[in-house]
Design a protein around this ligand. Structure first.
Ligand SMILES: [Zn+2]
Length: 320
């Protein structure tokens, strides 16, 4: 999603502000800032919302803050960099002390995780940076809930080549061109580090194509983990049916789905491909810097807000 017009409900941030809370929402990419900042009102100092990508373009009217690079003490980073995420943490720590928001939301990018496997120097340096800032957030007295929107896996062969099934080519071969349309949700304007290759695809079918027969045929493909009808897949993955194609296809652990070879620019892939979208990337950590009063069953990443507001034992209570 890249436009607020697709939002169906107001955000938690808007509700917090309307209830009298102070909120600060910081993202790495501006596309997400537009969604998360939707409905916030700026000007009375109770909301700040900006992206590190456009940190030098902030106005009081649209972001509730100006001169962000000077506040942070960093230049606006390149969109493909570890610093794009570091900027978010650095700005968050500054705001925690100056603005003292009731709710602070920090969102980074997964650029580094796409490029560097766990345990490599690039990955270690990134997590050391995050650890330093989490330490500062903790020292400032804030409760934090730290989680991810997906995992990340190696998606290549032993020869370190991406292991790709070009689904549109396959379907064009079976049905002819223009009969099916493969959508890869990983595709956004920034695809250099993964070539728009992930493990999830949804496919729209022209009328007359038998979805059931296609599902059976795809299930026989070696690289594919699951194929579902829209209805079944949306139930399994909790997706909205009106925003998903006729079928859902997920590739196996180390495999990825593409549309057609000619439509993927892999020239920017300098490291062996790492990506997400598969069943193998569903489990993510949820880390809280407080004792929890109870751990809810079937915890999900979006429960972070609920946990932070309702499930932590504050230091004062713990001492009492
Ligand atoms: Zn990604």
């Amino acid at each position: 999603m890249n436009d607020p017009k697709y939002l169906r409900v107001p955000t938690i941030f808007e509700a917090f502000q309307k209830a009298g809370g102070k909120v600060a929402v910081l993202t790495a990419k501006d596309k997400l800032r537009r969604l998360l900042g939707h409905g916030l009102s700026f000007g009375d100092g109770s909301a700040v919302c900006f992206s590190s990508e456009h940190a030098d373009k902030c106005t009081m009217e649209d972001n509730g803050i100006t001169d962000v690079p000077a506040m942070v003490g960093m230049d606006v980073p390149d969109v493909y960099s570890a610093e794009l995420s570091e900027f978010v943490f650095a700005a968050g720590v500054k705001l925690l002390k100056s603005m003292q928001p009731d709710l602070l939301y920090l969102s980074t990018t997964d650029y580094i995780q796409h490029k560097f496997a766990p345990g490599t120097d690039g990955a270690n340096a990134f997590y050391a940076m995050i650890d330093r800032y989490l330490g500062e957030i903790d020292a400032a007295g804030a409760t934090f809930v730290f989680t991810a929107d997906h995992g990340m896996s190696a998606k290549h062969t032993v020869a370190e080549e991406p292991d790709i099934l070009y689904l549109q080519e396959l379907l064009d071969g079976w049905y002819g061109e223009g009969k099916t349309r493969v959508i890869l949700p990983i595709t956004d304007p920034y695809v250099v580090h993964h070539g728009a290759l992930g493990s999830f695809a949804t496919v729209y079918l022209e009328e007359g194509i038998d979805a059931g027969a296609l599902i059976e045929r795809l299930r026989l493909q070696d690289l594919i983990e699951v194929v579902y009808s829209r209805e079944e897949g949306c139930r399994v993955f909790e997706l909205p049916e009106d925003r998903v194609g006729d079928i859902i296809v997920v590739s196996r652990d180390s495999k990825v789905l593409g549309t057609a070879a000619a439509r993927h620019d892999l020239s920017g892939l300098k490291e062996p491909l790492r990506s997400h979208g598969g069943i193998s990337e569903q489990r993510v950590p949820v880390i809280v810097n407080r004792r929890m009063s109870e751990v809810p069953e079937g915890l999900r990443n979006f429960d972070a807000f609920f946990i932070g507001c309702n499930n932590v034992v504050l230091k004062q209570e713990a001492a009492a």
